[in-house]
Ligand binder design. Structure first.
Ligand code: F0G
Length: 412
């Protein structure tokens, strides 16, 4: 049966530590988020690397660095996504080596599965029967799948009418009770913590530190897929900020066990109409200023008051990184270029990282031979409507060779 390892839980703001976190998702002292801490002083990469290599690539390959052990995990074989070399990002400098970490290849089509396998396994180890989250769609789809796998009841709160159809279909079909909340994701997030208590449900938003533990494994994979190297730049779309913070934790742990001696610079990319973190970085603010009515075509990151902002601001600053905001037009253009020139179909939020990297490449930010990894967080099929909105449906023709040839020739 799964057991909690010797780990602690530390507040990301005030540093207070707790031994256990049954239901705890926030610091009892200051109310901020918690993160898992593990004593890595006796762990060495030379020892764990042999064990890692004996297991298939994926989240549980890295179990020495996960807070749970003992087997019995709730898994759909998540992680192990491709790191693809791409040529569309280099701008005027072809010596930049750019890659896409294609997280749409996860079981439910987004990176959320990395966190959910660990989070739902934790819920099972606590004998919880019910799980809950607020979501812009992918978290809901992922939680619904893992809850089904574990035989748990799942409740998801989503902004009513504000999530992509593919994600809604996944959540509903996988048996979640979907509650549409009038308002934005932020409004749903505002009620979910209290609703979890009232409904006796285990909360699995990314403020739950077990989620971040699963997500950090993407950093371990990038390191291994680059042949045991750190990328100079790691570019990631930012909504609540959990994922960027997870990558940072992953790379820091690799450094702590002696696998690498250098950390990447992190680039957080937000959509222009929902960019409180990019604003805070660019204006050098201590705290974010929430955006009351976030707007962007990238519904996954349509978030005005990101829950993980302290962790995210700190990670970007510590890494010597930066944050940018890109308009929807650049996001859609990057989504199209990635699909047409590389055959990689991602959802709009995912394309934000590529749009950001393209902009930095054009501005000459990257040095010669820098390795730039863009995290593409979710599959394009999640949101077919936004893709078809740009192109419309193809008109039908008669089922004759002449009509087909004429239609193709007319389109050229
Ligand atoms: N990309 C995609 C496709 C997402 O679904 C999300 C977040 C992000 C990026 C941003 O990640 O929040 O860790 O900074 N989606 C959440 C959800 C909010 O409910 O599915 P983050």
């Amino acid at each position: 049966m799964v057991r909690l390892r010797e780990v602690g839980f530390e507040c990301v703001r005030c540093g207070v530590t707790f031994r256990s976190t049954k239901d705890l998702v926030a610091c009892k002292v200051c109310g901020d988020g918690l993160q898992v801490t593990q004593d890595l002083s006796r762990m060495s990469y030379d020892v764990v690397k042999e064990r890692w290599r004996s297991r298939p690539i994926g989240v549980w390959r890295y179990r020495e660095l996960l807070p749970l052990n003992g087997g019995g995990e709730v898994s759909l074989n998540e992680g192990g996504t491709a790191l693809l070399s791409v040529s569309v990002i280099g701008g005027s400098d072809p010596s930049v080596q750019a890659f896409v970490k294609n997280e749409g290849q996860n079981p439910t089509g987004s990176f959320k599965d990395r966190g959910m396998t660990v989070g739902v396994t934790r819920a099972r180890s606590l004998d919880r029967r019910r799980v809950i989250c607020a979501s812009t769609g992918n978290t809901a789809a992922s939680l619904a799948a893992y809850a089904s796998r574990a035989g748990m009841e799942c409740i998801v709160l989503v902004p009513s009418g504000g999530i992509a159809r593919g994600k809604l279909a996944q959540a509903v079909f996988q048996g979640a009770r979907v509650v549409g909340v009038r308002g934005s994701f932020d409004d749903a997030m505002n009620v979910v913590i209290e609703a979890a208590k009232r409904l006796d449900a285990y909360l699995l938003n990314s403020i739950n530190p077990f989620r971040i533990e699963g997500q950090k494994t993407a950093a371990f994979e990038v390191f291994e897929q680059l042949g045991g190297r750190t990328p100079e730049w790691l570019v990631c779309p930012v909504g609540n900020g959990g994922n960027l913070a997870a990558y940072w934790k992953g790379f820091q742990e690799l450094k702590a066990i002696g696998a690498i001696d250098r950390l990447p610079r992190l680039v957080g990319v937000q959509a222009e109409g929902a960019a409180p973190i990019a604003d805070a970085i660019q204006r050098n603010l201590k705290e974010i200023v929430p955006v009351a009515k976030p707007v962007t075509v990238a519904s996954a990151i349509r978030i005005g008051n990101p829950a993980n902002w302290p962790k995210t601001l700190r990670a970007i600053r510590e890494s010597g990184g930066l944050a940018l905001k890109v308009p929807d037009s650049e996001i859609l253009r990057a989504q199209e270029v990635l699909a047409r020139r590389e055959g990689i179909f991602v959802e709009p939020a995912s394309a934000a990282s590529v749009a950001g990297a393209m902009r930095l490449a054009n501005e000459g930010t990257f040095d010669k031979s820098d390795r730039v990894v863009c995290v593409c967080t979710g599959h394009g099929l999640k949101d077919p409507e936004s893709a078809l909105r740009s192109y419309g449906e193809s008109p039908a023709v008669d089922a004759t060779v002449e009509a087909v040839v004429a239609a193709v020739e007319a389109a050229q």
